[in-house]
Design a binder for this molecule. Structure first.
Ligand code: 5GP
Length: 190
């Protein structure tokens, strides 16, 4: 199906996946492109439809499931999230594509044989306490949703051993540097 590599990045909500990826998304050496996922979650302040997510109604999302439009999809903290096949196909011809997705969807892709050239990362926080602090500081979710995301985090972290690389995001500069070295090795053979 592909020329480019599919790069999966998972890790608990609030761990800083986006912060790390954003450092490299415009680095031409790596030729990376985000796959924009579909979700039933409501947009946060500043999020733009088609850039951050395709924000769909429950009905629209279910229609896509019915029509087999998703490479994978999963429920997370009360909402549905999914990777559209069209989105991945569109980008793979010329790019390495980044799927920033949670563990169920990632595991489904790893276990299927659809994609042979996968590179997988799991980003972990230094501790659950630190993660909770970051999520509360980010202040994008209600208290109830934050609690749900923290509970999810412990479950997700148990699956980190399924990934090729685990990066601890304690000091973000260190994590970014580690990520860069792996990309250089895996994508550029440096
Ligand atoms: P958030 O609501 O914080 O944007 O995302 C919640 C979780 O859903 C994150 O772990 C994120 O990586 C994951 N996620 C985003 N898009 C997808 C997707 O297309 N598929 C799956 N399985 N998870 C996704």
């Amino acid at each position: 199906m592909s020329k480019g590599k599919i790069i999966i990045i998972s890790g608990p909500s609030g761990v800083g996946k986006k912060t790390i990826i954003d450092k490299f998304i415009n680095d031409e050496r790596f030729n990376l492109k985000y796959s924009v996922s579909a979700t039933t979650r409501k947009p946060r302040d500043g999020e733009i439809n088609g850039r951050d997510y395709y924000f769909l109604s429950e009905e629209e999302f279910n229609e896509n499931i019915k029509n087999n439009n998703f490479l994978e999809w999963a429920e997370f903290a009360g909402n549905k999230y999914g990777t559209l096949i069209s989105e991945v196909k569109k980008s793979l011809e010329n790019n390495n594509i980044i799927l920033e997705i949670e563990v169920q969807g990632a595991t489904a892709i790893m276990q299927s044989n659809i994609i042979d050239d996968l590179l997988t990362f799991f980003i972990v926080p230094p501790s659950i306490e630190e993660l909770e602090k970051r999520l509360r500081k980010r202040n994008t979710e209600t208290n109830e949703k934050i609690n749900l995301r923290i509970k999810k985090a412990s479950e997700e972290m148990k699956l980190s051993n399924k990934y090729s690389y685990v990066i601890v995001n304690d000091d973000v500069d260190v994590a970014v540097n580690e990520f860069k070295k792996i990309l250089e090795k895996e994508l550029l053979n440096e």
